[in-house]
Design a protein around this ligand. Structure first.
Ligand SMILES: C[S@@+](CC[C@H](N)C(=O)[O-])C[C@H]1O[C@@H](n2cnc3c(N)ncnc32)[C@H](O)[C@@H]1O
Length: 180
């Protein structure tokens, strides 16, 4: 991994916890998933200060892909912009400012990463499913740490005939759903 990327990730791991960043192992998982599946187009809901975005954009720099990442909070949006610059990954990232799911989405995606307001996950998936390619993957964070808030989401993904879903205990827990 490039030194600038490593340095920025390390800095955010040391200083970024008040911004609810994902655990290191979840970042590593997303990075490997993108590389192994040769994923080209990713949508993230919940940029915060850009930690998970850096993990994913680093992998996309190898697959020749692109990350679209969405954040509604001005200050965190700007912090993320600086961190993406520091990591030297700006050209793989398009930052979108707004409140999901009420936002124009410019593309079709192979990976959707949900890490925003937990009780809104159902509204995100219902909207963004129309922007997912067949065989695409949806990863939703906090499956274990926020299981109560995600109860509706869990019910939705395990009952949808369009999805094959599993619970993975990595980090704070992730739901992984594949579009079938
Ligand atoms: C858990 S943090 C994201 C952490 C980030 N994924 C990381 O690991 O570096 C959640 C972020 O989602 C943003 N957010 C919450 N609800 C949102 C919504 N409906 N649309 C856009 N952003 C939202 C919050 O402002 C917050 O910065």
């Amino acid at each position: 991994m490039d030194k600038k990327v490593e340095k920025t990730l390390k800095k955010l791991e040391e200083t970024g916890h008040e911004f609810w960043i994902i655990p290191h192992e979840t970042g590593e998982f997303l990075n490997n998933l993108i590389r192994e599946k040769n994923i080209k187009c990713v949508l993230e809901v919940g940029t915060s200060i850009g930690y998970s975005g850096i993990w994913m954009a680093e992998a996309l720099s190898h697959t020749g892909g692109k990350l679209y990442t969405l954040e509604s909070h001005n200050e965190r949006f700007e912090k993320a912009k600086n961190h993406f610059e520091e990591a030297g990954l700006t050209k793989y990232i398009t930052q979108l400012k707004g409140h999901a799911p009420d936002i124009e989405i410019p593309d079709m995606f192979d990976l959707l990463f949900l890490d925003a307001t937990k009780i809104e996950y159902v509204s995100y998936i219902k909207t963004f499913l129309f922007h997912m390619k067949k065989g695409g993957v949806i990863v939703a964070d906090n499956a274990i740490s926020h299981r109560k808030e995600l109860a509706e989401y869990e019910k939705y993904i395990f009952n949808s005939p369009q999805l094959k879903s599993e619970l993975n205990t990595l980090g704070t827990g992730i739901f992984i759903s594949t579009i079938i």
